[in-house]
Design a protein. Sequence first.
Length: 269
Amino acid sequence: MKEEHGDKHTKRYGMVIDLDKCTGCGACMVACYAENNVPFKKDETDKLDSLNWIRIFQLTNGKPYPDTEICYLPMPCQHCDGIGKHGHPPCVSVCPAIATDYDDSTGVVSQIPTRCFGCRYCMAACPYHARKFNWWDPVWPADTKKYLNPNVSTRMRGVVEKCTLCFHRYQQARDKAYLEGREEIYESEYQPACAQACPTNAITFGDLNNPDHAVFKLKNSPRAFRLLERLHTNPKVYYLSSKTWVRRAGDNYLENESRPKSNRQKIHS
């Protein structure tokens, strides 16, 4: 796996998701909707134009019963580092309006709706399909406007939306640390809504460069892998699984086991 982006003092916020713990309950999706004022339609049966910043995919080993195995894979924005020390995520490289950018101090790939004019180049460039286009103006039934999160702006139609790792929570934690005369932000002070809501603690979040954070140790686990690593996007979302077929499916390597052993080690080591 790729070495840390930037020097040892640079923060690289990311998450590790244990697929062996995930039950596919969808609590992370509900928490994301509520925290980030993500609107939903009256009829959600047409998923082509639905908005969701984190999705849950169901994977199967493709074997008939009784050998069938199922795994659930939560998919937020992967917050890619890009290729090389000064690389950029694919979406950042193609955006003509600079509506998305890479924060060198945190590693978070931002999304600025007020700059976006809906060209959707970023959607075409993202290999993870982590971005969604807002086709319709949000409608907030009855008095639900009263329950919107005041720390997150609502978006108009015609813009692209995506996971921001609840960056507004980072800003709040940074302000709190500043008022208390601290430079360090504690691990527990900045946690996205999905990680807090997960009932099985399958999602662990923190600074991938900080040895004191749980994600630092988990990302180096022999069970760890990232999606489509062969594209060299260097995502900051790691997945854990003890099942070989899950790691292979997540990496999009579905060919037979005759693939050279050295190549497999390069991907998952």
